[in-house]
Design a protein. Structure first.
Lengths: 257, 257
């Protein structure tokens, strides 16, 4: 049975997509079967893997609203064996509104994943920067939540809101939901701010912060313009190394090497 | 009559709040009367001005849902004369859901601003990273949209979605809505990526990109942890200088020096 992990934080620009793409790719390069589900209407994960949104016939919108089986929209990622993506386009923004009045609106993604999950070792769900129905669907479908936190002041503010939402989902929709881990991102050791925020996050989550800290690394922001995970775009870069380290740590936590 | 400007981009972490806080403060320091409205449930603008969200009795939630007059929630910013803020807390996230079924749900903010707008020269509205009802309210209330665009690949992707939403609002809700300007943010001249993205944005918006480009500057990310705009936190910093330059440019475009 796959480990289903939602990558969520309503604060914008903290590295959710970058983590979904690069952690997914690093685990696939280690032989794990990985599916990444794009639940953000911006579709950054979809283009981060080089998939042309204009040619994608069916996407997550059709899965959530028209009950198209997830298996029918999954696309393999050309450059990385064992890695697939369930793409999203702007149409998904419509789903957020249409779901409000729909029956069992919070469990659509969970039901869509059930028939396919066993085909994978890991399923990662990239969430949009909000706590609306798309993110609630992801939290309801997942067993764990990976929370990227940028080492910046504003990023600290949103954490308690996110935890309240996780608690609400656990109490009403998904009793198994747990924090998979907290990932410090865009860490810049030269600034006091980064160091202070990292310390504060470690105090707040004493056991859940990954040892692997993602530094600011320009290769990570260049890779998406080539439609490639950083491990393929520039395997020797710090960005590639550190997501490989994170993959090892995620495997170790899952009791698997 | 105030110039009402929404600061919007659904891509997360591009500098919307940083621009609302620092452009607002820079204009107020030049003697303009400025109101900044926080329409993001994260409340980063509210805390960026040092306002304690736990003690704020009434906020934007009460204005939009309970018709409390905006004047009753406006709070002066202690360190900058002529600068006030309409605060937001996480309660505002509830408004997004409650507005869906409400009467004239898109024009609540416009009607709330009408009685107070004449007291100011500029009103800036900080938007959340989404194109939902809170952002639509801001676009319906505004005459112009200031679009911060981070000099990163993913930030380019969302621009056409944002323009489509602006067109939709102009066609159905607010015929006067125009692009106030496009602001390049977090520019790092040492990377090709920044230079390429900036060139592309200038090609896409030949006449609307501000000459002032905001560089990456650590003082800008430190200032919020002190609850101060950068012009007060570190007036000699590059971050402070560049938002002062932007204020001059905004005034020149408004035909006013
Ligand atoms: N460690 C890093 N070093 C340098 N740049 C990074 C790093 N991580 C992410 N980025 C860049 O920062 C920007 C924000 O990251 P990303 O888009 O992954 O965040 P997000 O949380 O998914 O944003 P959103 O909230 O809009 O979905 C992107 O342009 C990305 O390329
Ligand atoms: N020019 C800059 N140089 C360095 N850091 C910056 C700059 N502009 C913004 N920041 C920092 O980058 C982060 C993102 O900026 P900000 O929060 O203003 O973006 P936003 O678009 O309002 O995000 P959201 O989409 O979550 O509302 C913040 O931590 C901020 O302090
Ligand atoms: Mg993203
Ligand atoms: Mg913001």
């Amino acid at each position: 049975m796959a480990r289903i992990v939602a990558i969520a934080n309503q604060k914008g620009g903290v590295g959710k997509t970058t983590t979904a793409v690069n952690l997914g790719a690093s685990l696939a390069l280690r032989g794990k079967k990985v599916l990444v589900v794009d639940m953000d209407p911006q579709g950054n994960t979809t283009s981060g893997f080089g998939i042309n949104k204009r040619t994608a016939a069916m996407t997550m919108y059709e899965v959530l609203i028209e009950d198209v089986p997830l298996a029918e929209i999954v696309v393999p990622v050309a450059q990385v064996q064992e890695l697939s993506v369930a793409p999203a386009t702007i149409d998904l923004a419509g789903a957020e509104v249409e779901l409000v009045a729909a029956v069992s609106r919070e469990t659509r993604l969970r039901r869509a994943l059930q028939p396919v999950a066993d085909a994978y070792d890991f399923v990662f769900i990239d969430c949009p920067p909000s706590l609306g129905l798309l993110t609630v669907n992801a939290l309801t479908a997942a067993q764990g939540v990976l929370v990227p936190i940028q080492c910046e002041y504003y990023a600290l503010e949103g954490v308690s809101q996110l935890l309240r939402t996780i608690d609400m989902v656990r109490a009403n929709l998904n009793p198994d939901l747990a924090i998979e881990g907290v990932l410090l991102t865009m860490f810049d050791g030269r600034t006091n701010l980064s160091i202070q925020v990292a310390e504060e996050v470690k105090r707040f989550f004493p056991t859940q912060v990954y040892r692997t800290v993602i530094p600011r690394n320009v290769r990570l922001s260049e890779a998406p313009s080539h439609g490639l995970p950083v491990a393929i775009y520039d395997p020797k870069s710090r960005g590639s190394e550190v997501y490989a380290e994170l993959a090892e740590e995620v495997l170790a936590r899952a009791g698997d090497e």
